[in-house]
Design a protein. Structure first.
Length: 72
């Protein structure tokens, strides 16, 4: 897939889903259809990050599909 420039995204590699029931970070360079990135952006739950480590430090878990190593 491709990095996004819609919603809150401005070409960043990592997108965090801020939905309280999800709270996970996605790698847009490794995105799969299971990630449902367009739906996250449409819902307004997208938060950009330049590094996965920063998103993890902010409390976001890794997406099991595009990053792996989920703690859930």
């Amino acid at each position: 897939m491709a990095r996004r420039r819609t919603g809150n995204m401005n070409g960043e590699r990592y997108l965090a889903n801020t939905s309280p029931s999800k709270r996970e970070v996605h790698d847009l360079d490794q995105e799969t259809s299971n990630c449902q990135i367009d739906e996250i952006i449409r819902a307004g739950n997208d938060r950009p990050y330049n590094s996965r480590q920063t998103a993890n430090s902010a409390g976001y878990d890794n997406c099991a599909y595009c990053i792996g190593g989920s703690n859930r």
